[in-house]
Design a protein around this ligand. Structure first.
Ligand code: NAP
Length: 249
């Protein structure tokens, strides 16, 4: 897939990884539809890059369908969909308010499924690419992030299953599996990141890897790459992994 001239819809474009990706894609000559919820943040990134801003609250059931329709109105096609918007929540599961769980599942899982449902048929005809920004939490499970981890595991499996469907052989699918990234994500979920390891990486490193994965049609990208190791240990030696995880978290 070429980035130059492609129409790319990026959710979560107003901040962090999404904003870094909008900068990269516009520099590469893509026509970017930048989706966010906060009008000021979104306007700033749109003014800086020339991307087209589209406001949407993806926790609303009808948001994804409406967003896809607005994108089609603007360019008549979407070549690449980057499902990046996400929210977290941290704390013991028993104390998680039902409406927070609903929001996490709606933004992180339902909205990407609905956006994909709306935009995939056009991509099947012309060729295209789908990117899903998952999380290492979705591959491993994380204490006190149960619903977030479940939402990302669902997204991951949705993406991997789509890749197996033969109806859309011309559509590439990438799952991005970041560890810890230097964004506002942790403050926003209500618990800042304080650990030394794994070290947080800059959002532009994730953005560069996403852009590359679109061009090279990579199935999955771990950031950093060594995160493959705990996933492999969990798969091959689950009892050893459980012991290590309960000791080191
Ligand atoms: P971020 O800076 O907090 O960005 C989150 C983005 O999602 C923002 O643009 C935000 O929009 C958007 N968003 C949240 N709720 C929304 C809603 N209801 N409707 C529409 N947009 C909404 O965090 P980030 O780190 O860049 O996160 C990007 C993705 O990476 C997320 O899917 C996250 O789960 C994943 N990830 C992050 C990390 C990390 O360590 N940071 C690690 C693994 C995976 P507004 O700003 O306009 O509200």
């Amino acid at each position: 897939m070429r980035l130059t001239g492609s129409v790319v819809l990026v959710t979560g474009a107003s901040s962090g990884i999404g904003a870094a990706l909008v900068r990269r894609l516009t520099r590469a000559g893509s026509h970017v539809l930048a989706v966010g919820r906060d009008p000021d943040r979104l306007d700033r990134i749109a003014t800086e890059t020339g991307a087209i801003p589209l406001l949407a609250d993806l926790s609303r059931p009808d948001a994804a369908g409406q967003l896809a329709a607005r994108a089609m109105e603007r360019y008549g096609r979407v070549d690449v969909l980057v499902n990046n918007a996400g929210v977290g929540w941290a704390g013991p599961f028993g104390t998680m308010p039902a409406e927070r769980a609903e929001e996490v599942l709606a933004v992180n899982l339902r909205a990407p499924v609905e956006l994909t449902r709306a935009l995939l048929p056009g991509m099947c005809d012309r060729g295209g690419h789908l990117v899903f920004v998952g999380s290492i939490a979705g591959r491993l499970g994380v204490a006190e992030e149960a619903v977030y981890a479940a939402s990302k595991a669902g997204l991951d499996t949705f993406a991997r299953s789509l890749r197996l469907e033969s109806a859309c052989r011309r559509v590439g699918v990438t799952v991005v599996v970041p560890g810890v990234v230097q964004t506002a994500f942790f403050e926003r979920r209500g618990r800042p990141y304080h650990r030394d390891r794994p070290r947080a990486i800059p959002p532009d490193r994730v953005a560069a890897a996403v852009a590359d994965a679109i061009v090279r049609n990579q199935a999955e990208v771990y950031l950093p790459a060594w995160l493959r190791v705990p996933v492999a240990v969990q798969g091959l030696l689950p009892a050893v992994y459980r012991r290590l995880a309960s000791r080191f978290g």
